[in-house]
Design a protein around this ligand. Structure first.
Ligand code: ASP
Length: 436
């Protein structure tokens, strides 16, 4: 049995958090591979080390002294090393980095040092071997991962040892350090889990799993106990902040169980993510609710438009030419609606409407802005009657007007479109209906 365990920034924010990580790792002998982020915020108004490193890079670029920020970063690590009585000479390492910065360092390399130092300290603290990610996370020049080379390299380097690995970065084919996009340590953890064929990939953060709704909208939402990868995709796409998007692919492909846990509450089992959930005894019928504001609905009305071959292609072509992707296409016999992101069509909306007018010759064309889309995600829509009805009921009871409804072809979600100003109220009403 092998567990790859990744700890996020808040789990490494200070010595107290480091101690929690150690006790979690040591409580289970199968937690042999530890992946770490850079130290995050200790309090809500604190700074993340990675943000400070990017700030240093900006100062260097404009030739403004970054000494004060640099010293702030150094002291974050020094405090941890002193409090935990670590033997590593972190001061010396920071002196070397400072010299390197004076000679010229790329933004990527500087940003990667947050994870690098975090892993150096953690390896020392746990007595595990440190493995630098430049030795195994191999990027292609286009920024994608060379999976095979990376996996083989890690397998060879670890040799079954207990190791600590810095997240967030790897190396380009020409040897330059390259980072993932923000939050990318999740990806490093997933790659390590896939490379080493782990049984479980534990992702330790500061919440006890994925929540059923946004806690800024619903007070104390319930955590999701188990979710399929497909459901997770729906929820993340609709705005639920879960994992870095690229972290799912490696573990899903290798059929590795993913478990989201809370470093501050290790006894909580968190959320388990699986390909398929066979036994489902829960009496909560939905998995989660998520949504996004900022949608525009372009509605085109024309008598018997559904009987006109190619009409839809013409519309889609007008959008595609402007690089606009379509979110949903609810349609009827005499109408087609196209749901798009308002931000994406902002600059070309009226020009597009004009072209649709010219090419389709509709009876009526309109753009409805300030629409929010809400996804109710459940793997039970096709099994339990009335679930869809409950959604309509919940919103109807609150006098919320539904502007559009779509059910995904895979049956995993119902998308509801409402006015942006009733977005929060709609989510609260849906949550109430399904959870109480
Ligand atoms: N430290 C990086 C960031 O803040 C990567 C990570 O934490 O996953 O984005």
């Amino acid at each position: 049995m092998l567990k790859v365990v990744k700890f996020g920034g808040t789990s490494l924010a200070d010595a107290v958090q480091f101690a929690k990580v150690k006790s979690i790792v040591e409580s289970d002998d199968t937690r042999k591979v530890v992946v770490v982020s850079a130290p995050g915020k200790r309090t809500p108004d604190d700074y993340k080390v990675t943000d400070l490193l990017y700030l240093c890079a900006a100062h260097l670029k404009y030739k403004v002294s970054s000494k004060d920020i640099f010293e702030m970063i150094r002291s974050r690590y020094k405090d941890i090393a002193i409090e935990l009585k670590l033997s590593i000479d972190i001061d010396k390492e920071f002196d070397i980095l400072w010299n390197q910065m004076q000679q010229g360092i790329t933004e990527n390399e500087l940003a990667s040092r947050g994870e690098y130092f975090s892993a150096r300290l953690m390896a020392d603290y746990l007595g595990y071997t440190f493995i630098d990610s430049i030795n195994w996370v191999k990027f292609n020049f286009d920024g994608t991962i060379n999976y095979e080379t990376s996996y083989n390299a890690l397998l060879q380097i670890t040799e079954g040892n207990k190791v600590v690995i810095p997240g967030f970065y790897g190396v380009m084919p020409d040897g330059r350090v390259h980072t993932f996009t923000r939050g990318g340590s999740d990806v490093t953890g997933a790659l390590a889990a896939a490379a080493l064929k782990a049984d479980v990939y534990e992702n330790w953060t500061d919440v006890s799993g994925i929540l059923m709704a946004d806690p800024r909208i619903v007070k104390d939402p319930e955590p999701i106990r188990s979710v399929t990868y497909s459901e997770l995709r729906e929820l993340s796409y609709m705005g639920a902040s879960v994992l870095h998007e690229e972290a799912v692919f490696p573990v899903r492909e290798a059929n590795i169980l993913l478990n989201i846990r809370n470093t501050n509450e290790p006894s909580n089992i968190g959320t388990t993510i699986l390909e398929k959930i066979s036994e489902d005894t829960s009496n909560i019928h939905i998995t989660g609710i998520a949504g996004r504001k900022g949608m525009t609905v372009i509605s085109i009305s024309k008598n018997s438009i559904s009987a006109e071959p190619g009409a839809l292609i013409k519309v889609l072509d007008i959008l595609a030419k402007r690089n606009i992707n379509v979110e949903y296409i609810p349609s009827g016999i005499d109408s087609i609606s196209i749901v798009v992101s308002s931000e994406r069509v902002e600059k070309c909306l009226y020009e597009m409407l004009g072209e649709i007018q010219k090419k389709i010759k509709p009876d009526k064309i309109a753009a409805l802005e300030h629409i929010a889309t809400i996804a109710v995600v459940s793997r039970k829509f096709s099994k339990i009657p009335h679930l869809q009805g409950m959604i309509l009921d919940a919103l109807g009871d609150q006098d919320i007007v539904i502007k559009l409804i779509v059910q995904g072809a895979d049956g995993l979600n119902i998308i509801i479109g409402v006015d942006e100003n009733v977005f929060e109220k709609s989510i609260q009403a849906l949550y109430q209906r399904f959870l109480f």
